[in-house]
Design a protein around this ligand. Sequence first.
Ligand code: ADP
Ligand code: ADP
Ligand code: MG
Length: 470
Amino acid sequence: MSSHESFYLPRHIRKVLVANRGEIAVRIIRAAQELGMVAVAVYSDADRDSLAVQMADESIHIGPSHATKSYLNTSAILDAARQCGAQAIHPGYGFLSENASFAQAVTDAGLIFVGPDAETIRTMGDKAAARTSAQRAGVPTVPGSEGELTSIDNAIDQARRIGYPLLIKAVAGGGGRGIRLAENDNDLRAQFSVAQAEAQAAFGDGRLYLERLIRQARHIEVQILGDGKEVIHLYERECSLQRRRQKIFEEAPSPALTPALREALCASAVVLAKSVGYRGAGTLEYLYDESRCGAGEDGEFFFIEMNTRIQVEHPITEAVTGVDLVREMLRIADGEPLRLEQKDITLRGAAIECRLNAEDPDRQFMPSPGKVSALRWPAGPGIRIDSMLYPGYTVSPYYDSLLAKLVVWDESRAAALARMRRALREIHLEGVKSTVPLHLALLEDPNICGGRYNTNYLETWMEARKESQS
Ligand code: ADP
Ligand code: ADP
Ligand code: MG
């Protein structure tokens, strides 16, 4: 008997396999260990010396560095789970996290998939099917195609009905990839088959759909938790600062919402998630159209997609609500009903996340792998670092470039901005280039500091900066 009393006794999950790498593997290991679960890391050749391997209670090699041979290899991961006797698999984000066949294979092997069931992933992870679910639940979607695009002629017909300019999007897309702009029939004709082929290669699914381009959009998303019966929301995250449709700076709450609009948006997310009996943590992404905003009028919001997994930027929600989302995911997967009711969730203060990538912002964001020769993180009140870095660690070129997420919380947005500036300046990182200087520059911008930005803002800002520097 240990001398301390545990606050949680696992019902089914005594050991959990973490089928991921990098900062999110570290994040999940921490949550599992706090719950008294044994955490098992898996690793590829490139990740032998990873922090996740060092922190986990056990670790298992699953294959070569190339993700298709390791972190995307279902049978290698299932073998590892059998070998160590884990009862559950947490998929993290990216890799197999939104792969319905993987979730099914985990269940078929008699294991618990930490996430929704395969059927839910199939309906909500398919972006065209998710639009249909939203429409059925009465949640507004961006005007777009109905059903599948069956041919180029069918695409042109639908496009004329929707109206240009529009976006060609992959049904299985993710990570901001594979989205193309078409201003007219000719663009659509020219891009249709290329987009199909690319989607097939990137996501193993060539199906496409169309959505009208919203020219002045904010990306605002709602975090939810469900147990298959009840669903609650944990308010929203503002993720409009994007480069190539990938988020790089996020904040909670969104500076764009009135309290009434916030309630309406979050309520719609709960209705939609409830309509599919959602279980686990999930995010409903929306575009908030500001073009008709002003003079006392609110803008309009449209559902775009659901991510049926934990998201990169989840820590800002944890900061403003005090809820540990990864812990809740594990407890729900362990068979516990939702412990929190909507009235338990309150918003407090403001949080910001800066994604620190191993990229050189002065050289077109060229990846910058290499050995971390010196490292000192910021600390003090309101600071959180989610990272897999340690001094001497070598950042490998095989995986995405996220090095760390710097998250700050403070009582107000203005105070959080000041705290973020202070924290970024405290970072001492040598050996790899990072996006720290970019974030410091962004925090000097009056529009960003004033909360006045949309999804076009960052790229326009970078263009202007390049011109002023040349
Ligand atoms: P988040 O909002 O959590 O940042 P992203 O869409 O940026 O979500 O994806 C998070 C990570 O998962 C990124 O590393 C991204 O490249 C990866 N990812 C997301 N969806 C897919 C997908 N369908 N196929 C491959 N990688 C994906
Ligand atoms: P992914 O699955 O790759 O994350 P999303 O559908 O979430 O793709 O879109 C990624 C980003 O692309 C959004 O955050 C937004 O900036 C932009 N975007 C997507 N759809 C539209 C649209 N209809 N109009 C304007 N921008 C869009
Ligand atoms: Mg998205």
